[in-house]
Design a protein around this ligand. Structure first.
Ligand code: EPU
Length: 419
C-alpha cells in the first residue's frame, strides 16, 4: 500500500493548476448513459473514482475510450447489463448516480445499496423516493435496489426533504427523458449540478433554474451526441489554497473558478490572508497579518463546503485563538481529528463541533488516512509539522486528487510516495 513521506517546514510558493472536478465528471459520465450517441468529455481528472465509473459504464456495455489523458468518449449504443454490482458500489458510492439514467434510458436498473462509509451513513432513500414520484417501481432485495419503469417515466413534483447533491443529479438525469414537466424544489445549487445541467442541455435536454433551488425539466423524446468540458475542481483548488496558506507561503492556483470558492476565500481573509485574483481564473493567497482563528460551519453551496472542512481544520491548528468548526452535512466527518491530535494539535470534539485551540507546533508522526478529505488534511498538517510524517492508506487520496504529490512538489513541498 502506498504511503506519503512528507518533511515539513517548506512554505509553498509559485503557481499550480487545478484539474477537472471529480464530482462533476462522475455525474457527467453517468449522463452519457442517456443517449445511444457518443458523448465526448474533456478535462476528466485522472483519479481512481473516475476509473471506477469508467469501468462501471463499460461493464454495462458502453464503449469507453480515452483519447488523450483527460478526454473520454463514451458511446452507450446499447446497455445489455443495466446494473451496478456490489464490488463497484462498495468502492465508490457515487455509483448510485447511474440509477436515474438507467431507468430513464432502459426502463430498468439494478444498483447495489451503498453501505455506511467513513464519513457517515449516506443512504440513498431520497434518490429512490424521487424516482418513485416519476413513476418508477422500486424494490430492495438481496442488498440491491431494483427499479423498473416499463412504460417509461413521467414528470412530477419533487421536493427533497433535505438538500442532496447526487440525489438532485440522479433525478435530473431521470427527468430529462420523462414525459412532461418535472419541478424539483429544495434542489442542490452546487456548481457540479449546474455543470451537469449544462452538459444535459448540450445533449438536447430542456432545463430551467440550474443553480437555484427550483429546477424545472421539460422531458424530451431523446438526447443526442455532445461535447463538454468539465469545470475546475473547486475542492482540489481549495485544498491547494489551504495548503499554501497553512505553510505561510505565496501560492497561486490557476485554472479555477474564484466564484466557486467565495466561502473559503472569505474565511481566509478573515483569518489574516490576502487573497487576490491575479486573473479571472486564478486565486493567490499569502499572509497579510497574524493568523487568527475563525469559526466555520459547513453548509450546502454557496456555504462553506464540507469537503474542505478537514483541510480548514489543519489551517486552524496554526491560528491564534479558538476556532469552532461545526459540521452540519455528515454525522461522522471528524475522523482526521484524532490523527491531527497525534501530531500535537489540540482539538476537542463536542457533538458535531470541533474546538480547535491554536496555535500549536505540529510534530511529524505516523498517521493513517481514513477518507479522501481527511487524508488531504493530514497532508496539510504534515507540510507544517516539525520533522517527517508518514501518511498510510494514500489510496483514499488517490480516489480524488490527481497527481497531488507532483503538484505539491512543484511548489516546494518535500513529499514522496513510498511503498
Ligand atoms: N442524504 C440522505 N438521503 C439521501 C441522500 C443524502 O439522508 O438519499 C443525506 C446524507 O447522508 C448527508 C446529506 O444528505 O448527510 C447530504 O448528502 P448528499 O447527498 O448531498 O451527498 P452526496 O451527493 O452523496 C456529494 C459529494 C460529496 C460531498 C457531498 C456534500 C459527489 C460524488 N459526492 O455527495 O463529496 O461531500 O455531496 O457536498 O458529488 C468527496 O468528494 O469527498 C465527497 C464526499
Amino acid at each position: 500500500m502506498d504511503k506519503f513521506l512528507i518533511e515539513g517546514g517548506a512554505a509553498l510558493r509559485g503557481s499550480v493548476a487545478a484539474s477537472g472536478a471529480k464530482n462533476s465528471a462522475l455525474p457527467a459520465l453517468a449522463a452519457c448513459l442517456l443517449t445511444s450517441e457518443p458523448v465526448t468529455l474533456g478535462r476528466i481528472p485522472r483519479v481512481k473514482d473516475i476509473r471506477t465509473m469508467q469501468s462501471l459504464l463499460a461493464h454495462m456495455g458502453a464503449s469507453v475510450e480515452e483519447y488523450s489523458p483527460d478526454i473520454t468518449l463514451v458511446h452507450a449504443n446499447s446497455l445489455p447489463r443495466p446494473e451496478a454490482p456490489y464490488d463497484v458500489v462498495k468502492t465508490m458510492r457515487a455509483s448510485s448516480l447511474v440509477l436515474g439514467p438507467l431507468v430513464a434510458r432502459t426502463g430498468r436498473a439494478r444498483v447495489s445499496m451503498p453501505g455506511g462509509c467513513a464519513i457517515g451513513a449516506r443512504p440513498i432513500d431520497l434518490h429512490m423516493r424521487a424516482l418513485e414520484q416519476l413513476g418508477a417501481r422500486i424494490e430492495q432485495s438481496h442488498g440491491y435496489v431494483e427499479a423498473v419503469a416499463p412504460e417509461g417515466l413521467r414528470g412530477g413534483q419533487i421536493h427533497f426533504d433535505r438538500i442532496t447533491v447526487t440525489g438532485t443529479e440522479d433525478i435530473l438525469m431521470a427527468a430529462v427523458l420523462a414525459k412532461g414537466e418535472t419541478v424539483i424544489t429544495n434542489a442542490a445549487r452546487e456548481p457540479e449540478v449546474v455543470d451537469l445541467c449544462d452538459l444535459l442541455t448540450k445533449m438536447g435536454a430542456k432545463i430551467g433554474g440550474a443553480g437555484t433551488s427550483r429546477i424545472t425539466v421539460e422531458g424530451v423524446e431523446g438526447l443526442h451526441a455532445a461535447e463538454h468540458q468539465i469545470i475546475a475542481d473547486r475542492i482540489e483548488a481549495g485544498t491547494l489554497l489551504l495548503a499554501g496558506a497553512t505553510t505561510g507561503g505565496d501560492l497561486t492556483v490557476t485554472q479555477c473558478v474564484p466564484e466557486h470558492l467565495a466561502a473559503l476565500t472569505a474565511k481566509l481573509r478573515q483569518a489574516g490572508f490576502e487573497v487576490t485574483e491575479p486573473t479571472p481564473d486564478s486565486l493567490r493567497v499569502r499572509p497579510q497579518a497574524k493568523l487568527r482563528s475563525v469559526d466555520m460551519t459547513t453548509e450546502e453551496h454557496p456555504g462553506f463546503a464540507t469537503d474542505l472542512q478537514a483541510q480548514y481544520m489543519a489551517l486552524m491548528t496554526q491560528a491564534d485563538g479558538i476556532a469552532m468548526v461545526t459540521e452540519t452535512i455528515f454525522e461522522n466527518r471528524f475522523m482526521h481529528v484524532s490523527e491531527l491530535n497525534r501530531m500535537n494539535a489540540n482539538i476537542r470534539i463536542d457533538g458535531n463541533r470541533a474546538i480547535v485551540a491554536g496555535p500549536r507546533p505540529l510534530t511529524g508522526a505516523q498517521t493513517i488516512a481514513s477518507d479522501l478529505r481527511a487524508s488531504a488534511s493530514l497532508v496539510i498538517a504534515a507540510l507544517v509539522a516539525d520533522g517527517e510524517t508518514v501518511i498510510d492508506r494514500v489510496y483514499h487520496m488517490d480516489r480524488g486528487y490527481e497527481r497531488i504529490e507532483q503538484k505539491l512538489e512543484s511548489v516546494g513541498a518535500r513529499i514522496r510516495r513510498i511503498q
